[in-house]
Write a protein that binds this ligand. Structure first.
Ligand code: FE
Length: 237
């Protein structure tokens, strides 16, 4: 378990370092940049994180085993696939979708996903006239229960500021050109209120099963920086 925690801390430090130098969309996810030579030596930030953790453990404020369990949960048991299942269910079950939009935590819990941290989740629905984009301008608040850990770019200062100042420009950088007549709503997540986008169901998916639909749904679409699309090749999934 120690190894798991250390690798997580290293990934977090790598992520934070990448965010500090972020060229926004070009930033890699935590853990995707483990091969660069300079990562062999712990960064100042990694050492600071380790020192802080050691102090918290020493003072009895943090239980190492609990920390390991939490990290294991975040890395292996929750993630965007949970959110994708929620989205797919909403696409195939109008009653579920209604419950999801009215009381997201309860509807998400119906599928077995609960956070236990007491924060509220708000689901906002995309349509052909409205597109929703989620950011946390203060830090990195994110609906962990359904999306797992936030990607590096979500935590970066450029994304957090430009999502508000120039949201259409941000979407263009992600490859999403939003028509001028589509209303763009930007949601600022907080520690108490985490937002999840319910993307539009793509045309041409009418015969797909719920499981097949869930496989189409991406993390980026649930943050609002992308749309859900059909695979460009390979036929029906
Ligand atoms: Fe935050």
């Amino acid at each position: 378990m120690e190894g798991t925690r250390r690798s997580f801390l290293k990934a977090a430090a790598t992520a934070a370092g990448a965010a500090a130098n972020a060229d926004l969309v070009g930033a890699q996810d935590p853990g995707e940049d483990q091969t660069r030579g300079h990562q062999a030596v712990p960064s100042d930030l990694a050492l600071r994180v380790k020192s802080l953790e050691s102090l918290l453990v020493e003072k009895g404020l943090v239980d190492s085993a609990a920390l390991d369990a939490l990290i294991d949960t975040m890395e292996h048991k929750v993630g965007p696939r949970n959110g994708a299942r929620v989205v797919a269910r909403a696409w195939v079950d109008p009653a579920y979708k209604k419950r999801l939009l009215e009381n997201a935590p309860a509807a998400i819990a119906e599928l077995g996903y609960t956070s236990g941290q007491g924060e509220h989740t708000l689901v906002v629905e995309n349509s052909h006239t409205v597109h929703n984009l989620v950011v946390c301008t203060l830090c990195s608040c994110y609906p962990w229960t359904v999306l797992g850990l936030p990607p590096v770019w979500y935590k970066s200062a450029p994304y957090r500021s430009r999502a508000v100042i120039d949201p259409r420009g941000i979407l263009r950088e992600f490859g999403l050109q939003l028509p001028a007549d589509v209303e763009l709503r930007v949601w600022d997540s907080t520690a108490e209120l985490r937002c999840l986008v319910l993307p539009e169901r793509p045309v041409g998916t009418e015969t797909m099963t719920e499981e097949q639909l869930a496989a189409l749904v991406t993390r980026d679409a649930m943050v609002g920086v992308a749309k859900v699309t059909l695979p460009t090749s390979g036929g029906t999934p």
